[in-house]
Design a binder for this molecule. Structure first.
Ligand code: AMP
Length: 196
């Protein structure tokens, strides 16, 4: 089953996607983590995306499609996957269903939109910034970059909520609460989708 996570930066997508992936035995595909790994490993891709990521902007749809296609073609994705951070633009969403169909994975069946008010995500990210500064991670949690990432989210990614609502696969989930509370809500949506 193909599942997509939507939500602003700092909504808790990564944490929750990892838990759902473990529970349902599906791989979690985090495009942000894949790109950070490429940057860390100093690959050719890493070199191309480093500055874009540091500024809070998006890597091009073409580069992302290639990356996601390679990953979804791997055998561990044969039962589907949980996409965390992809798609992020209308262009990415438009090419996703044809891709997953072609790979025999079926269309996206469930889109979990984690709803968290902007004020709350800004607070959460500044908490994460303090932690990661101590560990030397995530340059893109800097204040000005966070502002840009939020702008990019609102402009390019948020319209996907309507896109997937129109396709009747959207479940909006309240992302405010403890990690366990939010997980409970997501798990319920997941269980229903599995049963369908
Ligand atoms: P994330 O960890 O998901 O917030 O991603 C970190 C950064 O990686 C983003 O700010 C983008 O620069 C880049 N990135 C991750 N996923 C995508 C995507 N689907 N499309 C374009 N850029 C992406």
């Amino acid at each position: 089953m193909m599942v997509v996570f939507l939500g602003p930066p700092g909504a808790g997508k990564g944490t929750q996607a990892a838990r759902l992936a473990a529970k349902y035995g599906l791989p979690q595909i985090s495009t942000g983590d894949m790109l950070r790994e490429a940057v860390g490993a100093g690959t050719e891709l890493g070199g191309r995306v480093k500055a874009i990521m540091a500024s809070g902007d998006l890597v091009s749809d073409e580069v992302m499609l290639e990356l996601v296609e390679d990953r979804l073609a791997k055998p561990d994705c044969s039962g589907g996957a949980i996409l965390d951070g992809y798609p992020r633009t209308r262009g990415q969403a438009a090419t996703l269903d044809p891709l997953t169909e072609r790979l025999g994975l079926g269309e996206v069946k469930l889109v979990l939109s984690l709803d968290v008010p902007e004020e709350e995500v800004v607070n959460r990210i500044s908490g994460r910034r303090q932690e990661s500064a101590a560990m030397g991670e995530r340059d893109d949690d800097k204040q000005e970059v966070v502002v840009e990432r939020m702008r990019v989210y609102r402009e390019l990614t948020e319209p996907l909520v309507d896109y997937y609502r129109d396709r009747s696969v959207l479940r909006q989930v309240d992302g405010v609460g403890t990690i366990d509370e939010v997980f409970g809500r997501l798990d319920e949506a997941m269980r229903e989708a599995v049963q369908q």
